[in-house]
Design a protein. Structure first.
Length: 190
């Protein structure tokens, strides 16, 4: 059935360019590297990250997870960056679900315990959102988090993503179903 609108972004909008490093002040967002595997394993061994991301990861899974990001960039289904201070991986941020026809992407992030309390996630999210709007042509960047995850709510607010509402019982965590807050920012937001 034909659509009455044309896609906001066409295939090739991402894949025709290499995935760039992004500057976030004293933070650097760069594509994942095989040597980042220990940081990924440490993240998914952390109880807080496991609680909100609902998974663990073996060494082989960490290798495959890292290897999946360049493929996802080329297929235009997602993009992931290691958040670093130039030398050390502090966390991750990703466009985990790209919708080119609607020019929108869902974001996810985590920060390793040693880097918490320094607004790493909010600064990375601000930089990624700017990149999404200014260089990729996205219209909307959004995220959702458990209503019990107050830290993630603060990250979204600091990065300028407006709270839009609550999805009831929308995600299953280890302790049961969670209501999820939705936050978003549009390119036209100031």
């Amino acid at each position: 059935m034909p659509l009455l609108t044309t896609p906001a972004l066409h295939a090739g909008a991402f894949a025709r360019h290499p995935q760039p490093d992004l500057d976030a002040g004293d933070l650097r967002l760069r594509p994942w590297r095989p040597e980042d595997r220990p940081a990924v394993l440490a993240a998914y061994a952390d109880p807080a990250i496991r609680r909100w991301h609902c998974r663990t990861m073996t060494d082989d899974e960490a290798r495959d997870w890292i290897a999946s990001w360049p493929v996802r960039w080329r297929q235009e289904t997602g993009a992931g960056w290691a958040v670093t201070d130039g030398a050390t991986v502090l966390g991750q941020i990703s466009l985990r679900a790209l919708d080119l026809p609607e020019a929108q992407a869902e974001v996810s992030y985590w920060v390793l315990p040693a880097a918490r309390g320094r607004h790493v996630a909010a600064r990375a999210l601000t930089a990624l959102t700017a990149f999404g709007f200014d260089r990729l042509g996205l219209h909307r960047v959004w995220l959702r988090h458990s209503t019990a995850n107050a830290a993630s709510c603060r990250v979204a607010e600091r990065a300028g993503l407006t709270a839009e509402g609550t999805q009831r019982g929308a995600a299953r965590h280890a302790d049961g179903w969670h209501d999820m807050h939705v936050h978003a920012r549009l390119r036209t937001d100031t």
